[in-house]
Design a protein around this ligand. Structure first.
Ligand code: FMN
Length: 205
């Protein structure tokens, strides 16, 4: 099922930059897509490499609970306040960068925080992906698409898809004309609720 979800003033985009270098290709591509968002659409940008976020520690089954750090709390607030979460991660070893993966791991903690309504709040929101990669064939990013789709399916979110661009040196993605064209309409595309493959099979029976 797809629905017209054209962004507007009621939408608030969180851009999570996950490169390990500043002003890289992924950010350039994400900013090119963001430029096309309608006026009034709120945007909040965070650069994970600039934040002192420690590695996630799995305290989900500890009876004493766990202490929430300042950076973690800032990120949690930014995440739950967004209607749209854009993971802008370079393709590292065919999947998310470590910075981005670390941020996502925190979602598991937020899901099981005492009194947490994280799962309810995320349901119905939209997850998007933006990635830059050295390979010219976007098929090598299929693993990343699967990760994002399944993450969205688990949280009953919509999945907007993955915007890809080619580049190795910073700035090189600007030479990928097709990627820059795709960026112009990326956030205007229709989105659907993400489904696990077994759910799609059951629905088609
Ligand atoms: C640790 C690391 C792993 C990488 N893995 C891949 C990969 O699996 N496939 C690929 O096509 N490019 C890979 N690259 C190249 C980057 O995706 C490419 O340089 C991209 O432009 C980096 O984006 P950025 O400028 O936003 O950091 C890798 C680069 C690094 C540093």
């Amino acid at each position: 099922m797809t629905t017209d979800t054209t962004p507007g003033p009621d939408r608030s985009f969180l851009f999570v930059l996950g490169s390990s270098r500043p002003h890289g290709n992924t950010e350039i591509l994400a900013r090119a897509a963001a430029q096309q968002l309608p006026r009034g659409t709120r945007q909040h940008w965070v650069d994970l490499a600039q934040l002192p976020l420690p590695d996630f520690q799995d305290g989900r089954h500890e009876s004493d609970g766990w202490t929430v750090g300042e950076t973690e709390e800032e990120l949690r607030q930014a995440t739950v306040e967004a209607t749209d979460i854009v993971l802008a991660s370079p393709l590292y070893w065919y999947t998310l960068s470590a910075h981005t993966k670390r941020y996502l791991d925190y979602w598991s903690g937020w899901l099981s925080m005492p009194g947490s309504d994280f799962k309810q709040r995320m349901a119905g929101r939209t997850l998007w992906g933006v990635t830059a990669m050295a390979d010219r064939d976007e098929v090598v990013a299929d693993g990343l698409v699967t990760t994002l789709n399944h993450t969205a399916a688990y949280l009953r979110m919509r999945f907007g898809g993955l915007l890809t661009g080619n580049g190795s040196r910073p700035g090189q993605v600007r030479d990928d004309e097709q990627a820059m064209i795709r960026a112009k309409t990326f956030f205007a595309r229709e989105t659907a609720f993400a489904r696990f493959p077994y759910e799609e099979q059951a629905e088609s029976r």
